[in-house]
Structure formats: C-alpha cells, structure tokens
Design a binder for this molecule. Structure first.
Ligand SMILES: [Fe+2]
Length: 270
C-alpha cells in the first residue's frame, strides 16, 4: 500500500495545549513536544526569561532573543516577500549539528490577523510510523543511519543522519531547506531519491497539518529535537515574535561562545 499522507498528517501533527502555569507547560512539552504558555508577556524581557520560567532546573543555557518580523531585522534569512510565502516545516539551528538547541520559544508580540497560522509535525513519530510500514521502512532506516550534508553555505560542515544521534543515545531529527548527499556518498542517486521522498512527505504532511494561532502575550515552547515547525503566509504588516533558543540537560551539548537565537556564530567562527 502506498504511503498515506493524510493518515500520517493525522497521526503526526501536533496542536499544542495551553496553560498559564509554567510547570504544566513543561509537562505538556515532555508529553506532546510543544505547549503554549498564555499570559507570558510581549517584550524582550519576557523572551529573555521564558526558557528559565518554563524549563526551570532542566535549563542549561539560553541564547539572546531575536526579533522575528517581516521587515528582516537581524534575521538574515528574511527577504521582503518571505511573509507572503508559507515557511515550510523546518527545525531551528540545524547547522549546529548535535549542539542545536533542543528546545526553543516563540513569544508572540504582535500576531497577524487571521493568517500566518502555525503548524507542527512530530518527526520522531513520523519515522516510527514509517518504520512500521513495509513501504516506509527503507526511508526510516535511511533517515536514522545514512549521513547527509546539511551544511549552510559558508558555515561549518553539518554532516550526519537526518535523525542525528546525540551523546545521550537519543536523536534529534533535523530539517533544513538545503540537504544533499555528502561529497563521498557511495550512491548519491539513491540518497537523492530518498531525500526527495522524505522532503516530499514532510511538505505534504506540513500542508495537511491542522493550523493554530498564537495570541499576543503567548509563548510557545517547542521540542526542536522532535518536532518540525512552519507557518502559513501572512499579509498583516507588523507581525512580530521573539525567538529564544534553549539547551536543556537533554541537548547534545551547548555551542561555545556567545549564544544568539540564530546561527550567526557559525559564520563568525568559520
Ligand atoms: Fe524556525
């Protein structure tokens, strides 16, 4: 039987539950891979402290918050028309490899009105479901074992399986826009075929996943080792969120040097 994208989307999408209590949000984050803290605040101070508020003694390090807007700001990936396109499923900080933040927060300062909705897909669950399906087994095995190149152009090499093993024995499933066979891949045609299949499944499941809105003052916590996230296009000017990356005791280590909630240090360090 062919891979059923509608069934995968039903089984692997996550719509986060909400709570005003940070401890409840921490428990929901463990259970579901995402949760929303309501009434958190809208300013940079909220963004700078939300990781400690929610993660408490599990927090090892958090990075300086970055404002995410349609205007670009400090986010070098944004172009003028980026808002008018869907931001496909991805994970943050994949260029850091095993040292990518394992949890991150988005604090909603100014929501868009009626569009720009968010969606989440549990990639670990997706691999489990594929592994149990005779038609998906090869892909799941590939994602868990075959090294691929997810290096950002001009940054440090980021090579390893899509589901990158962490020192703890767990893995972090990464998703970048630009993934390709390594230079020494013994069978780049097979790798490219399976990467295309994986990207196609993620794009299909992302398009089918249920959407949810973030309200002003809400902070979403996302398990970045488990879930990929995306958002729909939006037209409301002035949409603004704070992004804050965090590393817990389950991360594969904390990068050296100054921590920002983007990958600028990968380039600064060469
Ligand atoms: Fe992101």
């Amino acid at each position: 039987m062919p891979i059923d994208l509608i069934a995968l989307a039903r089984e692997c999408s996550v719509v986060p539950e909400r709570s005003t209590d940070p401890g409840t949000v921490r428990d929901l984050l463990d259970r579901d891979g995402a949760a929303v803290l309501t009434g958190a605040g809208t300013d940079i101070d909220t963004a700078a402290t939300v990781a400690a508020t929610v993660l408490a003694d599990r927090l090892v390090a958090s990075a300086r918050p970055i404002e995410v807007t349609d205007g670009g700001g400090m986010d070098r990936r944004h172009s003028a028309d980026a808002a008018r396109r869907m931001l496909p499923l991805h994970t943050d900080g994949f260029g850091y490899g095993a040292q990518a933040p394992d949890v991150f927060f988005l604090v909603c300062a100014t929501p868009s009105a009626g569009d720009g909705l968010s969606f989440l897909v549990d990639q670990q669950r997706l691999l489990d479901v594929l592994a149990a399906d005779p038609d998906g087994r090869e892909l799941a095995e590939f994602a868990r074992t075959h090294p691929v190149d997810q290096s950002e152009p001009g940054a440090r090499p980021a090579i390893g399986p899509l589901a990158l093993p962490l020192p703890s024995g767990a893995s972090a499933v990464r998703r970048s826009a630009d993934v390709r066979p390594t230079d020494d891949d013994p069978d780049p045609a097979r790798t490219d075929r399976l990467l295309t299949l994986w990207q196609g499944i993620l794009d299909g499941v992302g398009a089918l996943a249920p959407r949810f809105a973030l309200d002003a003052g809400s902070a979403i916590a996302i398990d970045n080792a488990r879930l990929a996230h995306g958002r729909d296009a939006y037209t409301t000017p002035g949409r603004s969120l704070w992004r804050c990356w965090a590393w817990t005791d389950r991360a594969g280590g904390v990068p050296a040097g100054e921590l920002w909630s983007d990958t600028r240090m990968l380039f600064a360090l060469g």
